[in-house]
Structures are given as structure tokens and as C-alpha cells.
Design a protein around this ligand. Sequence first.
Ligand code: ZN
Ligand code: FE
Length: 755
Amino acid sequence: MPFNTEFNKKTYRIKIEGLIQGVGFRPFVYRIATGLKLNGSVENRNDGVVIKLKCTSTELSEFSNLIRKKAPPASHIESINHKEIDNIDFLDFHIVKSSSVSQTITDVSPDIAVCDDCLADMKTQLNRIDYPFINCTNCGPRFTIIQDLPYDREKTTMKEFVMCDDCRNEYTDILDRRFHAQPVACSVCGPEYSLFLNGEIIKARKEILDKTIQLLENKNILAIKGLGGFFIACDAFCEETVARLRKLKNREGKPFAVMFRCIETAKKYAHINAEEERSLFSLRRPIVLLKEKEKLAPSVNVGFNTIGAMLPYMPMHYLLFEKSGLDAIVLTSGNISDEPIITDNQQAIEVLGSICDGVLTYNRHIHNRTDDSVASIMNNKERIFRRSRGYAPVPVKLDTDVDGILATGAELANCFCIGKDKQAILSQHIGDLKNIETYEFFAETIEKYKKLFRFEPKIIVKDMHPDYLSTRYADEFDLPAIKVQHHHAHIASCMAENGINEPVIGVAMDGTGYGTDGNIWGSEFMVCDFNDFKRISHFEYMPMPGGDMVTYEPWRMAVAHLYKVYGLEFLDFNLPFLQNIDNEKVKFLCSAIDANINTPLSAGAGRLFDAVSALVNLCPKSRFHAEAPMRLEAAIDKTIPDTYNFYTGDTISFKPTIEQIVKDIKNNIPIHKVSTKFHNTVIEVILQTVSTISRQHNISKVVLSGGTFQNKFLAENIEQKLSQKGYTIYSQSKIPANDGGIALGQLIIAANKKR
Ligand code: ZN
Ligand code: FE
């Protein structure tokens, strides 16, 4: 009876928390509420979505169940709480418009992989059959096309495309899956691909697809426009073509990423556990580093036992695989060596067109450049190594006000970070600023963020390294500046990500970073909070003969270690790694160490790994950043439990380790054994040092960060073993442990210092 039902209705305030911003959550709530014929309102707040609903208790639980069950795929509900409030008489159910900027910034969603509903529509909807720009509220481009806020079609690069009547009807119908889907498009009104081939332009959709497939299947290399930039593609099984691509891209030792047709195919070539599968399949679709099972073309991963794998995420990827016999394609960033990936059509045709056999592009402009993101699963948790497409610019929520702070980050693998209220917005992966084009990308992206997020810097934060280009950039501002030590920033980044704010033991294992004593740090054991840090211990300083040259010639670090232990006597050991290096050059380096000429001191963990990788003759010369440590990691045999000796004290000495390694080399002990024993040694060093500091300072929370923790064997073992000993471990997951995460730490430290 109507009267009774009305009488039983009460007004409830329902609060939903989780990842629910910018994913079409309010229209979704509207559809559920109106479907149940309930009145009330829905509103976005900084801390979640607030719904007011007039209903009976039965209707309330029905409503909550539907919200949980049917939530948009890109959302993640953490909690739904309700309480009864004073009666409100609603006339309908409506969406309350958000007003403050801090609310609208959360509407900048990252790009989302095409959803299953759209893939189904691509087979059935007449105006979208095989139409590769299909999307809906649950999927499609976002950040890469957003020019300004509020997120509205007019403020995206879709504005040039005038919606046809069919699309507009969907766009304006709140009950439709494409309600307010800003990039909504169909074959009548939306963007189109073109294929540039030997001076010819192909524009017919079917011909483009057929031709592209035919080219890829027949040893050709194509530039293909992705969501955030161009990529270069070729058949991942054709060694001849992949080897040719290596030459064209001027990239020798670094593995290429591969896109597999589907998860089943990926499983034939890589070991994939449940968590890795989840990551591969997530809407963010990162490249996931997997253990190789079956070989692709050898030039794909150049001797590494891992595969950087991803699954299709754009409608075009699905079409390519669906209509071809290809099982996997190399899909690598469309750039020449270290430059940022190309986003501009004309530039792609000129630059990539000259090295590739064709360029597949489309006429929607990319506003924000994003590269593919890279992740690895360690201890069943996703760890981001390169944070870009699908992840940026999701803010990190803090409990500190960081408004108006610009943190410029490090120099290599740069990301910068801006503070907006209590949110830190970390930029997408920028890259190595020493490359001039990358530096321009850095400066121009800061300008874009200032506009997009209505951000005006009032405080600027920089690394202590005076010569980092990010530091020099910061120096150009006439603003209060705060200098932050590199490894303190690493640890603070991890603390901020994990929401802790109290004294902790910070372990920063890293390649390099400027220390307060003017030396290079990178193996820091510190007690710190956001205010300050105290360096308790570190690896012994070692001279780096030739300075920065050691990064490409790790053998120099091996010589430094040997010279320290044996003097020139090591020249008589007949060590294999020295056989191709001029004896006089080695002697010269040793005298340079004595004379202290161009031999800066480094405590970087990365340099120790370099030394050992060269010493066992695995990687005396390195072709890309961190190749030597990566090759050493790849040689590990997990079944070997042995360690080498070391000394601990105020500093940690690996002198006995080096002596024992030399002995093993002389005894022809295989590399995998030496590598494993060495890794076990570093793990033991960290366990012992942490336990000593914990006793002395009565702290049991341990924060791990720094690029060396991208070493899976090291990270997994240290986390497990420290946990077993009763420590609470925090490591980075959503924010990179490498220098890409530094800016977040700089930001939070500055926020605490300015008070
Ligand atoms: Zn969709
Ligand atoms: Fe670092």
C-alpha cells in the first residue's frame, strides 16, 4: 500500500569511499537510484561520493547491493557507510554539481583500456562496426586528450569532431552507457586512422587494417599511433625484423616490450601467476615484467630471462590481432634513443617515417604525452617502475597540506610533483633531462599542469645536486626554495605513499644521489621522519675512476674494488674481465685513484652491483642504464643459500666479499653461483644493519626505497625476511622506487619544513 511504504521511508546519508572519481560514478548512481524509483541526490566530495536517499531499509540494502555489484569497471569501492539523517523531501533524484577546483581535479582520470561492452558493440552497433575509436563512460582516452578543466568535450582534443545525432543522443541520455562520455564517437562523426606508405596515404578503414596486417606479417616495421604517443611495431617472432628494428632505433642491449594477442598466448611464452595476470588485465594495462618460458625472437629480450609483456588496450590493437595470424608484436616507444616519444603526426611521418616501412596515424591530437607504464609483481604486489599511461595523473592523498609546492624531482627518470590542497599530483614519466628534447618536455609539462590544475607555485623544491637540470630549472624561479637530500626524498616518498608520518628506519638502496658531505650516496641506512634524517650507516665509499664513465664501463668499478683490496697485485690474477682491457689503462686508473684525479667517492649500491657484474665478466661494459645489475640479477639461481663475508660497523665493508669472489672466479665457480651468493650477502647486510639500528633506536618500522629495490630477488627476500623478524615493512607500489618517485618525497618534506 502506497501510504504505508511512504511512511516507512527515511532519509539516509550514504558515503562511498574508494577510487570513484572521474569514472562516471555519479551517472551510475543516478541510474541505480532512478531504476529503483528512489528520490535523493548524489555529490562528489574530496573524500568520496555522498548520496542522500529517501527509502525504506529494504530499499537501502537493495540500493547498496546494486552499487557494489554493478559499479563501473574503472572504479574501486573501498567502503559504503550509511546513517539516518533529518528528513528531506526530494522531488526527484539529481546530481549535485561539484564546485571547488580541488574536487574537479580528481576528474582528470588516466586513460582506460577499451571495455568488454565496447568490444561487443564494435561487432554489433551499425555505426561502430570495426570502428577503432569506440569508447564509453567506462573506457577510452582521458588524460592524453584533456586540455583543461572541467572535463568536458570542449576542453579535450575531441572538440574538433562534431557529434552526430546518434552519438549526441547517447551522450545526453543519462540511462545510456555513453552518457557524458566526452570522447564519444562513431564512424560517422569521429576520428579516423590513415596509413602513410611510400608517399601514399590510405584512408579507407578496411584497406588500412588489411594493409597494416599484411605489412606486419611480412617483416615490415610500422610506426603506430597509440594513446599517449607513437610506438614502433613489428612481428615479435621474426628475428630478422626485430634485429633490424634494433639498428633503426639505435638501441642495443635493452629489451623491447611485447604485446600479446591474448592472455592464453602470453601464457605460452611467459610464466604468469594470478597477480601478474590481474595486473596485465587491469584497465591500466601496464607492461608487466614476466619470467620467460618460451623464446620469442632472440633480439626481443637480448639474453634476459624476462619478457616485458602487455595486452591489447586500444580498439585498434584488438582489430589487428583479431584479423591477423600474429601472436605477438614488439611495441616499443616511438622515439630515437633517449628522446621523449613522438606525439605529433607530422613529426612522426618525418622522423619515424624515415626509419619505418609505414606510419599508421589518426587525426585526433594527443595533448598530454604518456608512454606505456611498466610494472613488476613482487611478493604479490604490483610495483610501478615507469608510471605513465593508465596511472598518471592519479593524485596521492596525503594528510598534510601541500598546496602551492612544486617539487622538480631528480634528473634521470624524472617525474615532477605539484601540491594541490592535500593531494600530491605526480607527473607522468618524463625521462632523462640531460636529453634536450626531454628537458623541453619537462618544462612544457610543468606549464600544462599549472594550467590544467590551476596551480601557481609558491615554494619550489629541488634536489641537493647543484648540477641536476631539475635543480637548475628550480634555480630560475624567484621563489622560496627548499633543498632536499636525494635519499631522504626516496624514503619520504615511500612514507607518503603508505600514509605514515613518524620516525622510521629508512633503507635507500640506489645508484646515485648527492650527499650532504659532497660525496655520492646510495646505500643509506637512516632514521628519519618528514622533518629530518640521520644517516646511521652506509656502504664504504669507493672511488669511481673516471666519474660518470663508470655507468657505461662498470669494469672501472671492479678495478677500484680490486685495487683497494690487493693493490696492483690483482693484475697477476689473470681475471677474465681484464683480458680485453689494456693493462696500461688499468694501471693509469689506479694511479688516478692514488692521486685523487677524477675519482669521486661513491657509496651507491648500484656501483657495487656494477663492480661485481664486471668482475664476473658478465657485463664489463654496459649499453644502457642499470644493465650490469640487471644482468647480474638475471644470473641468480634461487636454490643457492650461501653468502660471502662482510664487515659491519659505522660503514659496511665488502672487502671480504670481493676476496671471496676473486677466489671463486679463480676456482671456476659458475657465475650463477657467484651472483646468488653476492645477492644473499647484500640481503644479509641489510637484515643485520636494520636489526642493529632497530635495537639502538627502538624503531620497528622499516621503509624501503631506491632504484635497487627494482631487483625482484633482493626486494622479495628483504621484505619477507624482515617481516619474519617482526618488522613492519613499507615499500613502494603505486609510486616508483627509482628516481621517478623522488618528487613526491621532496614535496612532503618541503611541506613539513615550511611550517
Ligand atoms: Zn567502453
Ligand atoms: Fe635515486
